[in-house]
Design a protein around this ligand. Structure first.
Ligand code: ZN
Length: 366
């Protein structure tokens, strides 16, 4: 038997023992230990099953610890590209969130109001905004419209331009959906993308292919030594994608999303889509929830903000889009987008160098 067959056998035997109709306590314990072994060896079905058992409190008597173990297993699966692991991870996080915040009052028929009960008026329209943002009330429903004026710039031809553009569109549209903000008020987010602004469009998406990568490298090389230079050098070196707003973020300022691709081929479409989703969060005025020490951010510890804890995996890692680009967009993110456009001010999850103030949205639930 090779390693793969061995772990499959562990899973089959473990499952049979654990779910046997008249299983004794010992049989179940033995079954479980086989399932855990299969999970440790990375068997996908065993991992999903064990995560479920953990989450449902079948294994640990401590509910919180069981859930924590479940999220850890699933997050590892998701990191390796398992779609099933990703789906279950996201749904478990949502369940935890619903449990903590789900019973907030619904006030869908009233105008959207902020934490202090003041009605929110949002009407950022015009050619100078890369993203137009406005609130609409339609048949008693509150809708946030995000209208994106997009321009693609390339220096080199892309082989699969259509597929690349589609991935970028999907990444931006990922922000659409039904959310709950400011004390549980339902809000629908709609995204419209237009490339009709031509050269005037103020959100540029630039794949960092051959020539552009070289010229950006040259610009960074000439920059004065310091934090900003080190950050850009690290981004280019590790081929991470990034969004640029040119100095401080403001709703009007033109914005850029630079996309890098492994091997420079721009054919890792799922990755490009996910990265675009995260970078678009920066375009909308959100800071990172966590990046490594390279960018000088300290990270947010578990226990700081209850609405984030439901998404906490381990260390400073959260299953949220501004932490991990494959992770979902949370209610808190949308609350922060609203605040960014209302106050014309970037919304931070964690203090950065000059900017110490974190978003007003944090620590208030949703
Ligand atoms: Zn980021």
């Amino acid at each position: 038997m090779n390693a793969k067959e061995e772990r499959a056998a562990l899973y089959e035997q473990g499952r049979a023992l654990y779910f046997e109709k008249n299983a004794s306590a010992e049989m179940r314990a033995q079954g479980l230990s086989l399932l855990l072994k299969a999970t440790n060896r990375g068997h996908p079905q065993a991992s999903l099953l064990v995560a479920r058992l953990y989450f449902e409190g079948e294994i640990f008597s401590d509910q919180g610890e069981g859930e924590h173990q479940a999220l850890l297993i699933l997050s590892r699966m998701a990191k390796k590209g398992s779609l099933e692991g990703r789906t279950l991870l996201d749904s478990f996080c949502r369940l935890r969130y619903e449990r903590a915040f789900g019973r907030l009052k619904r006030r869908g028929d009233l105008p959207l109001s902020d934490f202090d009960g003041r009605e929110i008026v949002l009407n950022r329209l015009g050619k100078r905004y890369p993203v137009n943002a406005f609130l609409e009330r339609k048949k008693g429903k509150n809708i946030l419209h995000l209208q994106v004026f997009l321009r693609f710039s390339y220096t080199d031809e892309l082989k699969n331009e259509k597929a690349f553009k589609d991935a970028v569109y999907r990444g931006i549209r990922a922000w659409q959906g039904e959310y709950r903000v400011f004390g549980g008020q339902p809000l629908q987010v709609k995204v419209k993308i237009s490339e009709e602004g031509g050269r005037r469009a103020r959100l540029r998406v630039m794949p960092l292919s051959g020539e552009l990568y070289g010229s950006l490298g040259a610009i960074v090389k000439k920059m004065p030594a310091g934090k900003k230079k080190r950050r850009l050098e690290s981004i280019l070196y590790h081929r991470r994608s990034f969004a640029g707003a040119g100095g401080f973020w403001s709703a009007k300022g033109s914005k850029m999303i630079f996309l890098q691709s492994r091997g420079g081929r721009f054919d890792d479409l799922l990755e490009l889509e996910a990265v675009t989703g995260h970078e678009f969060g920066h375009v909308l005025g959100l800071g990172d929830l966590y990046e490594g020490q390279v960018d000088g951010l300290g990270g947010v510890e578990e226990g700081c903000y209850p609405e984030l804890d439901c998404y906490h995996i381990e260390g400073k890692q959260y299953n949220l889009v501004m932490c991990d680009h494959h992770a979902p967009i949370g209610n808190n993110d949308i609350e922060m987008v609203l605040l960014a456009f209302m106050q014309n001010k970037m919304q931070l999850y964690q203090p950065t160098g000059r900017n110490k103030r974190i978003s007003y949205a944090l620590g208030r639930g949703n």
